[in-house]
Design a binder for this molecule. Structure first.
Ligand SMILES: Cc1ncc(COP(=O)(O)O)c(C=O)c1O
Length: 410
């Protein structure tokens, strides 16, 4: 998990201890893990190795928008697995061809081409390379509190010092300006700027939505100065905010758009969608062995079908305002603000979030942090209203149990 400030030290049972011990013995060590072994999921629920049930508001960190074990994904993956799994992009493939066509149809207009890859960070890397290639420039403007991934290019666009500092020097030419600040952006974009990269709602940085007019203002500045606008929809994409893509709330059409996380029903996939201001990309300019493999393409096609047949963006809009309303109704002296868009919700606290996450887990609700004081909820979009009621009750109880901060720590 990206921003958990420390392990969630709820004690694991004996049944789970074996799994935890085995995994711990050989894992890289880079994840601050919770001592909880999850072995099964269905819809918005997951179960641990003892059979204990949880309402899942972690949602695969935004990958599980369709919920767990969605029958359409299970069917698509098993059928495709028995037909063809590997087919690198030096060949054509039926599933890939269909997916590219569907992506062009569903994306904001003009994003007619796509580079398919395997993760969010890879989508960001592709966009940064394409922006350099297309503009002949190398400077990039990103936002404070922004998060775009952990590979060297994506990390250079990411803001948090804790993620960046151990790996410096990073890619040169990146600068960060305050989010939602058009005058700062105006000053930062120059004739040397290849691209501006922004999230539509900053997720990892604390669930901060773009203000009305901000993204369209940045888009005009980019067009004026020959820079490209990269929108990172990796967390906001695929219905999460109440629209298929969050940029639709703003009427903005980026030059490059990043998607990943939920695009293949939870299977690892990413894509960099490419608009008309990006020039032709020559063969060999970029590539990926697994990019566009038929298995994830089949899952991504099934995901698009389920998104529209179940109107999951509409559901996220409706349930998002229901959830936000309920959360705003919690009267707690330690809540600073409830904010978000659709089913991407943040509750900023006046105290550290880790003990609240622990209390929620003990009450059967899994949730995320976003920084040290924001509780973040990314439930599957198929979650039921009754589950959101239970989540709200559990949050109210967990907050009640926390002492209000003393004045000097406010
Ligand atoms: C907005 C955003 N961009 C990029 C990434 C990186 O994606 P991945 O972890 O798939 O590399 C994330 C992951 O949390 C994200 O939230």
């Amino acid at each position: 998990m990206h921003s958990e400030s420390g392990p969630l030290s709820v004690k694991a049972s004996e049944a789970q201890a074996g799994i935890i011990e085995r995994e711990s013995a050989h894992t890289s060590g880079v994840y601050p893990k919770r001592p909880l072994a999850i072995v099964r999921g269905a819809g918005a629920r997951v179960w641990d190795a003892d059979g204990r049930e949880y309402i899942d508001c972690v949602g695969g960190q935004g990958a599980a928008n369709l919920g767990h074990a969605h029958p359409a994904i299970v069917r698509a993956v098993s059928e495709q697995a028995s037909r063809l799994i590997s087919c690198p992009e030096i060949f054509y493939n039926d599933q890939r061809a269909l997916l590219l066509e569907r992506l062009a149809a569903v994306a904001p207009s003009g994003l007619e081409r796509a580079f398919l890859c395997n993760s969010g960070a890879e989508a960001a890397e592709a966009a940064l390379k394409f922006a350099r290639l297309s503009t002949g420039r190398s400077q990039v403007v990103a936002a404070m509190r922004g998060f775009h991934g952990r590979t060297m290019g994506a990390l250079s666009a990411t803001w948090a010092r804790a993620y960046r500092e151990p790996f410096e020097p990073l890619v040169p030419g990146f600068r960060h300006v305050p989010y939602n600040d058009l005058p700062a952006m105006q000053e930062a974009i120059t004739r040397e700027t290849a691209a501006v990269i922004l999230e539509v709602v900053q997720g990892e940085g604390g669930v901060h939505p773009a203000e009305p007019g901000y993204l369209s203002g940045v888009q005009s500045m980019c067009e004026e100065r020959g820079a490209l606008l990269i929108l990172d929809e990796i967390q906001t994409g695929y219905g999460r905010t109440g629209k298929m893509f969050a940029c639709e709330h703003h009427g903005v059409r980026p030059d490059l758009m990043l998607v990943a996380k939920s695009m293949a029903g939870g299977l690892p996939m990413g894509a960099c969608l490419i608009g008309p201001r990006v020039g032709l990309l020559p063969p060999m300019a970029h590539g990926s062995t697994f990019g566009g493999n038929p298995l994830t393409c089949a899952a991504a096609l099934a995901t698009l079908d389920a998104m529209s047949s179940d109107d999951l963006p509409g559901r996220a809009a409706e349930l998002g305002s229901y959830l936000t309303g309920k959360l705003e109704g919690i009267r707690s002296p330690i809540v600073r603000q409830v904010r978000g868009l659709g089913l991407m919700v943040g509750i900023e606290l006046k105290v550290k979030v880790t003990p609240v996450l622990q209390a929620l887990q003990a009450a059967g609700v899994l949730a995320l942090p976003a920084g040290s004081t924001v509780l973040r909820l990314l439930p599957p979009l198929v979650i039921e209203r009754e589950d959101l009621d239970r989540v709200t009750e559990a949050i109210a109880t967990a907050l009640e149990a926390r002492p209000a901060p003393r004045m000097e720590t406010l």
